[in-house]
Ligand binder design. Structure first.
Ligand code: GLU
Length: 256
């Protein structure tokens, strides 16, 4: 099976921007094991800006572009250093790919990206993808990594896209505001009613929210790929997800 896992800043870093060691170590262990079991794994990782905030001791997520981009430049190093070191413990090799929306829209660059990622998978490496935040201005950005995860899953014709976030899945209402909200385990079709559950943006150091997740779901399910939203607190849930057991919310891909 080809699995794309997108991990959000809320899973990778504490609200301080410092690395959440427990989450990251567990994630790396599970992804390594899934690779050992014969699955192809691609990781779309956020956290560059968040971890840059931590490393530079900034008071919070910067509002201005140059500081955001500076934080991303620092944090991206820290992220890849961490992945390289942790995956190496399980004899896996990581590869960094940084993209912008412009790269995806440009036919030649997109082709180069596809050629590279296929070759990396053939070589047994584990691609780690993020937006190239240091050069991406608003006009040329993908903008959020849920969408980037969707683009990557379609590119590699993944069987499964898993979005690991700080929420258990899609709820009938915002569970932070409405205690009667219940989790929706399976979404067969993304109807306007489902889209209306998107609400606003997420909180803290991350960028996305439910709306970007639903957009990614629409994109990948059209291409025949299942998508799951699950809580990144317990990366070992990925074993159950791969086995098709009910975890979080599963959006069923259309028949290919
Ligand atoms: N590219 C951003 C980062 O690494 C994250 C974007 C997102 O979380 O959607 O900080």
């Amino acid at each position: 099976m080809c699995i794309v896992v997108k991990v959000g800043t809320s899973t990778l870093a504490h609200p301080t921007g410092r690395l959440n060691i427990r989450h990251v170590e567990e994630l790396v262990k599970v992804l390594s094991d899934l690779k050992n079991a014969g699955h192809e794994v691609v990781l779309v990782s956020s956290g560059a800006i968040g971890m840059g905030v931590g490393k530079l001791n900034l008071p919070g997520k910067p509002a201005d572009m140059p500081t955001k981009q500076a934080a991303a430049a620092v944090g991206q190093c820290e992220l890849m250093y961490t992945y390289d070191k942790l995956f190496a413990q399980y004899n896996h090799t990581v590869a960094q790919i940084l993209l912008t929306g412009e790269d995806i829209d440009h036919a030649d660059r997109r082709q180069n990206f596809e050629n590279t990622i296929y070759r990396l998978l053939e070589l047994g490496a584990l691609p780690v993808i993020n937006e190239n935040d240091t050069v991406a201005t608003a006009e040329i950005k993908v903008g959020d990594n849920d969408t980037l995860g969707g683009i990557v899953a379609c590119t590699v014709k993944a069987d499964l896209l898993v979005l690991l976030s700080d929420i258990d899945g899609l709820y009938t209402a915002d569970p932070r505001k409405d205690p009667s909200a219940t989790l929706i385990p399976v979404v067969e079709e993304i109807t306007p009613e489902v889209e209306a559950l998107g609400g606003g943006v997420g909180s803290g150091l991350g960028t996305g929210g439910m709306a970007t997740k639903l957009r990614a779901a629409k994109m990948v399910t059209e291409a025949g790929c299942d998508m799951i939203i699950a809580n990144g607190e317990a990366p070992s849930l990925l074993y159950d997800i791969v086995e098709g057991k009910p975890v979080g919310t599963r959006f069923k891909g259309k028949d290919r």
